[in-house]
Design a protein around this ligand. Structure first.
Ligand code: TXE
Length: 489
């Protein structure tokens, strides 16, 4: 069965090309999938445009659109094991983590399903004169290009697909070329749930080839993208000539600020998960540890001990606690960041190399790494390495902690650890980030908005704003008793 899904039909790539998908844990071939070209992207946009302009989906009552999302959530729960396995083979991620992700995917569809079905977004403007009926209605934006990355393939897809469909849009999805399988599976479940033809379209392939036309095509109204900063800038520029609506989530260099009065054991534990979860390939990873001077030595020693105890392994190794990086290129990039950090004066406390274990030699593994005595000007502190690399900086007081935390072009997430609630609130309110955790790291819920400030992007996913992103407000003013105004009389 071919893997491109265009206008309700499973289609092979027009150019007949295929791409091999290999598991990053051991290089084993997962499958060969269709590799789309610009002509396939164009056909998918045409199908989405047609489905928007003349198909039933945008005109389906919100309650029914919500029901479809709820049915999709049921199907995702039914097939969770199959989805988790496919996601793990594509990403190399531990099966247990993929299973958690699939739970979150279903929850995302369920939450948006209820939100959409509840309705209530339109409103009457009751300050209009009595002989006027004035109301604000919300309409779908139109045709959306949804472009997603490889670190949480289906989860990040669900944050876009569920609200886009819930709002009545049609879309073309382009998942990362490295991790296409769960997107293919999702299209089948949307069809099974009863989504009309052409509302959901899928193209697979390289960003530079099949992603670009999705961001330039004049028939596309909106682009929602999650990925790297450099690609985000390109997408913004590509969308500019046709003034598309754009939403971007571009990762972060997230500070984890630990004061000396923090709950020590919990703060250490979370500092390690903040950065080493999924080998650091998390947009909200706590990759910059800022520790108060007097706590520094004891704290770093404990974090290093935790880092050294993390067992690496493939998705089905039940003893493993972290997996490989996504690709050979990405592994080389992470290595280069660590080398740059050392060259610029950082002190290596642990890791700093690929593991010696021959069993891991075929995968893209990198040891959990702690770089101490870092300073804000170092490349490894400034750029998102997106690997298992923790940089440690010291601070003296609250003022310096806030200044260091905000000394980044990014603003996605951050955390503050302290036993002083007033200080926690002060730091949280001064941190320029879309999400701030106090005495915690990483939790999110579909009810709360997610997204970045500064160069982490704009627009919000999840929460009511995550649905509003895919809606246009329209004011309709009906004069109930028109009579000449005689302005020029
Ligand atoms: O991502 P890209 P890459 C960061 C992380 C990582 C870096 C590069 O720092 O090291 O980005 O990763 C598609 N027009 N994040 O190169 O290129 C591409 O095919 C349209 C953070 O893998 O951003 C894929 O589907 N689309 C992040 C998607 O964009 C294009 C998650 C993401 O790929 C395109 C991933 C183009 N010109 C990486 N070029 C996060 N925010 O969580 C590429 N694509």
């Amino acid at each position: 069965m071919p893997e491109l899904f265009i206008g309700g039909t499973w289609t092979a790539a027009a150019g007949g090309r295929k791409r091999e998908i290999r598991c990053p844990a051991d290089g084993a071939l997962v499958a060969s999938v269709d590799e789309a070209g610009p002509e396939d992207a164009s056909a998918a946009v045409a199908a989405a445009r047609d489905a928007y302009d003349s198909g039933p989906w945008p005109r389906t009552p919100a309650a029914e659109r919500g029901e479809l999302l709820l049915r999709t959530a049921d199907l995702l729960e039914r097939d969770k094991a199959e989805f988790a396995r496919a996601e793990s083979l594509d990403t190399g991620k531990r099966l247990v983590e993929s299973a958690y992700d699939m739970d979150d995917v279903a929850k995302c569809f369920r939450w948006f399903g209820h939100l959409v079905a509840a309705g209530g977004h339109d409103r009457v403007v009751d300050t209009a004169p009595p002989d006027v009926d004035s109301r604000v209605v919300h309409e779908p934006v139109g045709v959306c290009s949804l472009i997603t990355p490889w670190n949480y393939p289906l989860l990040q897809t669900s944050w876009k697909v569920a609200p886009a469909l819930g709002a009545g849009n049609t879309f073309v999805l382009k998942p990362s070329e490295l991790t296409p399988h769960t997107a293919v599976m999702l299209m089948r479940r949307l069809t099974e749930a009863g989504l009309p033809e052409g509302a959901a379209n899928l193209v697979l392939g390289a960003g530079g080839v099949v992603g670009v036309p999705l961001t330039e095509d004049p028939r596309v109204d909106m682009v929602s993208f999650t990925g790297g900063l450099v690609t985000g800038r390109r997408i913004m520029a590509a969308a500019a000539p046709t003034v598309k609506k754009v939403a971007l989530e571009l990762g972060g260099k997230n500070p984890n600020v630990v004061f000396s009065d923090a709950a020590f054991e919990a703060a250490v534990d979370y500092a390690a998960t903040a950065v080493f979860l999924h080998s650091g390939q998390v947009c909200s990873a706590g990759a910059r540890l800022l520790v108060q001077e007097e706590l520094h030595d004891a704290f770093v020693a404990e974090v290093v001990e935790q880092a050294e105890s993390i067992r690496l392994g493939g998705p089905f190794d039940e003893n493993a606690r972290a997996g490989p990086l996504i690709s050979a290129e990405h592994l080389e990039k992470v290595e280069a960041y660590v080398e740059a950090g050392l060259a610029e004066g950082a002190v290596l406390r642990c890791g700093g190399s690929r593991p010696g274990d021959p069993e891991l030699a075929d995968g893209f593994y990198y040891l959990p790494t702690v770089l101490d005595e870092c300073t804000p000007d170092m490349t490894v502190v400034r750029d998102e390495s997106f690997g298992p690399v923790l940089t440690v900086e010291r601070f003296r007081d609250e003022e310096e902690a806030v200044a260091l935390a905000n000394d980044t072009v990014y603003g996605l997430a951050g955390a503050v650890w302290t036993g002083d609630p007033a200080r926690a609130d002060r730091v949280a309110s001064r941190m320029r980030a879309g999400t701030v955790w106090i005495n915690d790291f990483h939790p999110y819920v579909p009810q709360a908005e997610w997204g970045g400030m500064k160069q982490s992007g704009f627009g919000r996913e999840l929460g009511p704003a995550g649905l509003a992103e895919y809606l246009e407000a329209k004011h309709i003013w009906r004069n109930l008793s028109p009579s000449p105004q005689r302005w020029f009389a």
